[in-house]
Design a protein around this ligand. Structure first.
Ligand code: AMP
Length: 416
């Protein structure tokens, strides 16, 4: 299927071609015609599925179809995102896809000066991409007028609720006209999301694209069973020995992220941490260094990594497994997107066996394991903990041979 059959106008098709997209992704195939038809939409789609183009392309088309505004431009579309980074990324996509149309957009988020935002709003824009807090600041100062919004998009709605934005979202909803199109994108469907969807959406079209790890074999997943105390040494060894560049490493805590960065630096690897205690400036600098290659290893917590535009990565490392299995899906969604190969590896110690099981249950498959010579765990996975799940059967111990594997993905490269 090609983009031409989705009902998009020439200016948008041209922008899509210039991006090098050959065919629409599944979420784009389903969402674009529904949005063009003016329907509300509930989409289960995570980062990496092409969800941004799925809403931005039809949104821009509908705005452009109405013709040039008479007088000053009014805010006709509002896109809310949980993080500043995601807001910036979505705004850039809106700009890119709309480059052959004469619409204007702007991005609004906190942590930076408010005056340039006020000026941009004052000049008039058709599309606002915003994080909730700063948008409400503008609303209370009356520097934004939301009374003409025709389309509302909640991007990564689950993240917004996780980050405590529900009240802000409700306040924003109260500023919008009742009659409008609503699009809700969420990677997961917690009960709170369903409730929000029920209140917000009118007879929505539902689109569900499977999490990438459940479908795409592009993400090569691998578990390295290890003793806890040897993870740091192993990570440095693998980065050096396999010549990994641009490695995004996840830890569970901010403190753990800082400590790991210090240790990696001592091993001669350029590393930076990105987490909630870092200022916006420090986060932006870390991200820029990571993208331009001066920082080889970026160590992040789940919260800090949300919405970061760093998701065409060759290597994602789970230094510790998340205790929420869905976070694993988000983490590995950072790699192997849109036709590229990626690898997600997890360093798993015996104490994390239950987390691993939870993840494997969620993604409905076993992740292959590889024991690397010299790093054989003293305590194999599944041995140190009470599993407490009757009938689940013992995990085969890794043993102390050089390599032993399990899982369905067949032969893998040799560990050396
Ligand atoms: P997201 O919108 O965050 O899911 O991003 C998806 C990524 O895939 C972005 O880097 C897009 O540039 C890219 N992308 C989006 N749609 C397509 C497509 N149809 N074909 C190839 N790449 C795409």
């Amino acid at each position: 299927m090609s983009f031409d059959s989705l009902g998009l106008e020439a200016e948008l098709l041209r922008a899509v071609r210039e991006q090098g997209y050959d065919e629409p992704t599944p979420v784009q195939r389903e969402a674009i015609p529904a949005i063009l038809a003016g329907r509300d939409l509930l989409a289960g789609a995570q980062t990496g599925t092409g969800k941004t183009a799925a809403f931005a392309l039809p949104l821009l088309q509908r705005l452009a179809a109405a013709g040039p505004s008479q007088g000053k431009r009014r805010v006709r579309a509002l896109i809310l995102t949980p993080t500043r980074e995601l807001a910036a990324q979505v705004a850039a996509s809106v700009q890119t896809y709309g480059q052959h149309l004469s619409l204007r957009s702007t991005v609004i988020f906190g942590g930076v000066g408010i005056n340039p935002q006020i000026s941009a709003l004052h000049r008039g824009v058709d599309v606002v991409v915003a994080t909730p807090g700063r948008l409400l600041d503008h609303a209370s100062q009356q520097t934004v007028n939301l009374s003409n919004v025709e389309t509302l998009i909640l991007d990564e709605a689950d993240r917004m609720l996780d980050m405590g934005f529900l009240r802000d979202i409700r306040r924003i909803l109260s500023l919008l006209p009742k009659q409008r199109q609503n699009l809700l994108f969420s990677a997961t469907y917690a009960p709170e999301i369903r409730q929000l969807a029920n209140q917000l959406l009118d007879d929505p079209v539902s689109v569900q694209v499977a999490p990438r790890n459940a479908t795409a074999e592009r993400v090569d997943q691998l578990v390295f069973p290890l003793d806890k105390g040897r993870k740091r040494e192993f990570l440095s060894h693998m980065i050096g020995q396999r010549n990994w560049r641009q490695v995004l490493v996840f830890t569970r805590t901010k403190h753990g992220a800082n400590r790991l960065v210090q240790q990696l630096e001592r091993d001669g690897l350029s590393a930076l941490a990105i987490h909630g205690n870092k200022s916006q400036g420090a986060r932006t600098r870390a991200l820029a260094g990571f993208k331009n290659g001066t920082v080889r290893v970026l160590v992040a917590t789940d919260i800090a990594a949300r919405g970061l535009d760093i998701d065409q990565l060759p290597h994602v490392v789970n230094y510790e497994l998340p205790n929420v299995p869905e976070d694993y899906v988000h983490r590995i969604g950072r790699t192997g997107r849109a036709g590229r190969e990626g690898q997600a590896v997890s360093l798993v110690c015996a104490e994390e066996t239950d987390y691993l099981r939870g993840i494997e249950r969620l993604i409905k498959r076993d992740i292959p394991q590889e024991v690397v010579a010299g790093y054989e765990p003293v305590t194999p996975l599944g041995k140190a903990v009470q599993l407490g799940r009757p009938g689940s059967g013992p995990r085969r111990p890794a043993g102390n041979s050089n390599r032993r594997r399990r899982g369905r993905s067949g032969a893998r490269r040799a560990a050396s």
